[in-house]
Design a protein around this ligand. Structure first.
Ligand code: SF4
Length: 433
């Protein structure tokens, strides 16, 4: 009887890819098969996120639930960013946990399984050259890590303390993964890194040196690859060469995630983001000039320590000028091990909540205006999801989610669609023959 693995993945796309790596290694080394029923699992694995306090709280309540419903002899493991920063504290608080595996130690999954109470959380462990076995959660899209860790020191962010310093993964490993995925019928490659456009600054060992723009060219030259997406680029590294390749290369999808965080240069300085409001606006303007239809999304933190009403207005200012197609917005959440955790000029929590809802309401008005321009537009959609309401769904080149009446025959195909109905989050259309 094959052993059963139940895995829950919290957080970002990099965690999704780390989970795929662990599933692949556990299957290849131990014969584990996936189950979506934790009660029948021989191993329950929670791949955690600690970018804000909430997911950490959620972890311990979930561990309690899994411990109650697990079957006789089943093991429980915790991996990911919360594993990195809490380490053995997790076993102290939840003694029924069998192992703890940090975000940068994924390749050790087979080993910790056989060492009860193992805690492997080294944040400078280097698995940048490890060729993981292959598993993909989607037959249509392939996530591929291009680097591990982050070299920035944004004062609000715990990632450098949980994922360690930045090391680029050798280009030949990345191109080989893209080739294999394309041979298996995947049309869309999604490149992942904390700062993808900082690629190539540091490799382990002697590898061909190249920057992100050259890597994009290499991946787009792989036969069968039709679409390339990536996240997350850093505004600081948005040089002209990168933006021009983004605009010129027909395989690069015209959607760009540009994490702003704040529109105030004062606050950006306190966050150690390394760029100013003016630089961000300049880069966004260059993008819109070269790619008028580009969709730009962003991350924004409100109520960062020291943020005044004027600073907050500057954030709304950038939103008014750039008109983002999507904004992921959050109220500042102090994180352990970060510089900002010690900042004393904190913003009153109610003021923070008020700013967050003002910002989100403002973004909704921008979205409502922008959506009307989509009506009647013809776009290329890559269908990836079969919905249970008689629709198939997919994304346009510039990342607009579109649903059309249809069945699984469209899955994995790219088709021209005319947008016939618009709403804030999902658009409806019909396939043009
Ligand atoms: S760039 Fe900044 S926000 Fe992004 S992962 Fe690195 S430290 Fe965190």
């Amino acid at each position: 009887m094959s052993k059963k693995l139940f895995i829950e993945t919290l957080g970002c796309a990099m965690n999704v890819r780390d989970s795929e790596h662990m599933i692949a290694e556990l299957n290849a080394q131990e014969g584990y098969e996936l189950t979506d029923d934790a009660r029948e699992a021989d191993l329950i694995l929670i791949n955690t996120c600690s970018v804000r306090e909430k997911p950490v709280h959620k972890l311990f309540s979930e561990l309690g639930v899994f411990n109650k419903l697990k079957k006789e002899g089943a093991k429980i493991g915790v991996s990911g960013c919360t594993a990195s920063h809490l380490g053995k504290e997790i076993i102290k608080r939840a003694p029924y946990v069998n192992f703890v595996l940090g975000a940068r130690n994924v390749s050790k999954i087979g080993e910790v399984l056989h060492r009860d109470k193992a805690v492997e959380v080294e944040i400078d462990y280097d698995e940048s050259q490890f060729a993981f076995k292959d598993f993909r959660s989607s037959p249509y899209k392939a996530y591929i890590n291009i680097s591990i860790g982050c070299d920035k020191q944004c004062t609000f962010c715990i990632v450098p303390k949980t994922r360690g310093d930045e090391i680029s993964i050798p280009a030949d490993l990345i191109v080989a993964e893209a080739r294999k995925a394309a041979q298996n019928g995947v049309k869309e490659i999604f490149l992942l890194g904390q700062n993808v456009n900082n690629y190539g600054r540091r490799f382990s060992g002697n590898h061909e040196k190249m920057n992100f723009t050259e890597l994009l060219r290499r991946v787009s030259a792989v036969e069968g690859v039709e679409r390339i997406r990536f996240t997350s680029p850093h505004p600081l590294h948005m040089d002209d060469e990168f933006i021009e390749e983004f605009a010129r290369n027909p395989k690069i999808c015209k959607s760009m995630h540009m994490p702003l965080q704040s529109g105030s240069s004062e606050i950006l300085k306190a966050m150690k983001r390394g760029y100013t409001k003016e630089w961000f606006l300049n880069r966004a303007a260059k993008l819109r000039e070269l790619v008028p239809d580009v969709s730009i999304s962003t991350d924004i933190i409100v109520a960062f320590p020291g943020e005044s009403d004027k600073d907050f207005e500057e954030t709304l200012d950038v939103m008014r000028e750039v008109r983002f197609e999507q904004v992921f917005s959050f109220k500042y959440s102090p994180r352990p091990l970060t510089e900002a955790e010690g900042f004393t000029d904190t913003v009153d929590s109610e003021v923070g909540s008020e700013r967050l809802s003002r910002l989100q309401a403002f973004q909704d008005t921008i979205l409502d205006e922008m959506k009307t321009t989509l009506l009647g537009k013809e776009v290329e959609v890559y269908f990836e999801e079969l919905r249970n309401d008689g629709y198939v769904a997919g994304r346009s080149d510039n990342n607009v989610m579109i649903k059309v009446k249809g069945c699984e025959e469209w899955l994995g195909k790219i088709a021209k669609v005319k947008i016939t109905e618009v709403s804030r989050l999902v658009q409806y259309g019909e396939i043009l023959a």
